[in-house]
Design a protein around this ligand. Structure first.
Ligand SMILES: [Zn+2]
Length: 289
């Protein structure tokens, strides 16, 4: 425990973990790799190493709305999503974070969006939001090998074109014995952010993390969440009579059905829940130590 020591600022802890996103060697001042010609920049308390382009974020109409809401609502955005979303996820992140000593262990949320679970957790994202500590491409993290004790990734992997590369990066930046917690959807409609590429079954998720020691793969969000989201999209389609504009106007009205997700407080525990789960959560540990 280092409780008696003055708490180091988040940006200082991040800076100590930074490395070249290509060769993973330490950076020279100012945030430059002399070998690879890679350069980051510091803006206030935030480090930038690439990230999403403006065109990528504006490609999909729903994502345009989401980005505007994220920029406007900031930290209220995750609360709004919690209230309106058809998905009730089981409270898996809190217990995971509680298993670390966050004053000492460096834990990063990869693809945090505007959410921050704890002031001591680092927020990485491809988008630039007020809470982000590091703006970067999640597939090529500007973080040195074995630098992190923990990694959180919630509803991000489906948005990464090359999930294997992203998982390999999680493995590289984790110290031996370090742990990752990752939620990915199984039965969820298409949702770009800024893109959407894949879904995973329980076995598929375990296989994706097979370079780790997989500790558990559990239902992260239950069957009712799956059903409601599909029903909302289906109703908006049926009632819009082929009009794309009407469909888009109807989708938010369907959120009135979202509170039914509370049924998952029971159904997510059903033995058959993995068959229709909205998503799975894997906890895995990097071997060694
Ligand atoms: Zn380099």
């Amino acid at each position: 425990m280092t409780a008696t020591m003055p708490e180091q600022s988040r940006i200082k802890r991040l800076e100590a973990a930074l490395a070249c996103p290509r060769c993973h060697q330490p950076l020279s001042e100012p945030l430059t790799c002399l070998t690879c010609d890679e350069q980051g920049r510091l803006e206030g308390e935030r480090v930038h190493f690439g990230g999403f382009t403006e065109t990528a974020l504006r490609d999909d109409p729903l994502n345009r709305l989401k980005e505007a809401a994220k920029q406007r609502l900031g930290r209220l955005y995750p609360l709004a999503i919690d209230a309106l979303s058809p998905v009730l996820d089981r409270n898996f992140v809190k217990p995971f974070l509680a298993s670390f000593d966050l004053d000492r262990d460096l834990v990063a949320d990869l693809g945090s969006g505007t959410n921050r679970y704890d002031e001591r957790v680092l927020c990485f994202d491809g988008g630039t939001y007020a809470n982000i500590d590091l703006v970067c491409d999640l597939r090529t993290l500007p973080i040195s090998d074995n630098a992190l004790s923990g990694v959180v990734s919630v509803a991000v992997l489906e948005h990464v074109a090359d999930p294997q590369a992203h998982v390999a990066e999680m493995h590289r930046v984790l110290a031996p014995g370090g742990r990752v917690l990752c939620f990915v959807p199984f039965m969820q409609p298409f949702h770009a952010s800024p893109h959407d590429y894949q879904r995973y079954t329980q076995a598929g998720l375990a296989t994706l993390f097979n370079q780790f020691e997989v500790l558990s793969v559990e239902v992260g969000a239950g069957p009712t969440s799956s059903l409601i989201w599909v029903l909302q999209e289906w109703l908006a389609m049926v009632l819009s009579f082929g009009s794309r504009r009407l469909y888009r106007a109807l989708v938010p009205l369907m959120w009135i059905l979202s509170p039914l997700k509370l049924l998952d407080l029971l159904l997510a525990r059903h033995p058959a829940a993995p068959i229709l789960a909205s998503g799975f959560v894997v906890e895995a540990r990097k071997r060694g130590e």
